[in-house]
Every structure is written in structure tokens, then in C-alpha cells.
Design a protein around this ligand. Sequence first.
Ligand code: DX5
Ligand code: ZN
Length: 223
Amino acid sequence: MTKLAPSILSADFGRLAEQVSETTNAGADYIHLDVMDGRFVPNITFGPVVIEGIKSHTHLPLDAHLMIVEPDRRINDFVNAGVDHITVHAETCAHLHSVIHQIKESGRRAGVALNPTTPLSAVEEALPFLDMVLILTVNPGFSGQTLITEALVKVKKLRNIIDEKGYAVEIEVDGGVNVNTAPAVIRAGADTLVAGSAIFNNKESVEQAMKKLRHSFKEISIP
Ligand code: DX5
Ligand code: ZN
């Protein structure tokens, strides 16, 4: 079963708690948290304090995607805020193995994210230690961008490596996922779809949007 991880980056921050509850009640699998520092990516979003605030409004795993420089200095803050998954960018870690170790030691699931043109080799040697890999299909920083189709080739390659070696690593795909692109993303081998603007928009409720998204790939059988 493909999992859905709605990104609250596109939610109405004036009623964030309510939106998190709506997402939970609509049957999401994770709450995806896009943490941005204005340095690794141009945008600034939120950090541990806000995450701590929404924690009590959901029983779902909090899936933190850290788009920040020097994430090793902040892991503890996110652990204390109550996140369940911590994904760092390979591009931000000179000592990736030790950052992964730090996350695992805290009892959280560890993930590594790759920007669209960062090669798989940046994460391949880390796969035995990882729980998840997040493949960005847009340049991180903003929601509502168009999926870069070429990045799906990397998803396919990663799927093959994981299956061949028998690693227990989940593949998340993040950026430009909507009813039109979701089928191709799943065919490429994604386990989990992150979606922001496809879930939180003015056209429909969170529940309707999630139903539509799930419906768009219900016919797809994963080998
Ligand atoms: C991009 C973020 C995404 C973003 C996705 O920097 O990592 O999680 O919120 O938004 P959509 O689904 O609108 O592309
Ligand atoms: Zn994200």
C-alpha cells in the first residue's frame, strides 16, 4: 500500500492544529514537516517549537525533512520536539554516517534526502544504515512546483538496488506530486508520496483532496 505524507508547508498556518487534525482524520500515514533555514534553501519555515505545538493534535508519525545546514547540531532539538523520522540532506552532511548514527541512537527512523541532480552514489554506501531515502523531484524550498520527470529515473535505480540487496529502506518521493504525476511516481518505485499543494488548497477539503490523490493510483499494481 502506497503511503501518503501530506506536507503542512501548504497548510493554512493560521489554523495549523486544525489542519493537522483534518489530515489525521482523513487517513494520512505521516505528517510531513518541511523545516527550512533560509540557508540551505531560500525559504524559512518553522522549527522544533512549532512541531512541539502540533504533536498533540495527531497520533501519526511526524516525518521531519530537514532542509538546513549543519543538521547534526539540531538533531536533539527535533528529537525533543517529538518527531519520529528525521531526514537530512546528503548535500549538508560531510560525515553522513555519523549523522545517521546520531539519529538512530535517539531511537528515531533515519532518512537521507537527495536534491534532483545529486547522484544516488551520495547515499548508496549509507543504505545499510538507513530507514528511508527521500528523492526530491523539485528543487527544495517551495511547494507548488512542477515535478522534474527526469528525477524519477533515480527513483527507479534506487528501487532496483534496494530490492536486489534486500534492504529495508523506504523510498519517499517529494515535490510536484498530484493526481497527474502520482501514477508515474509509484511505477518508478516510491513507497510513500509527499504532497503539499495537492492536499492543501482552496478548491477542496483535505479529505476530498486525499481521496482524489489515492483514487488516481488505485489501479496501479506494484510488482
Ligand atoms: C519542497 C518540500 C516539499 C513540498 C512539496 O521543498 O520538501 O515537501 O512541500 O510541495 P508540493 O507537493 O506542492 O510540491
Ligand atoms: Zn519535504
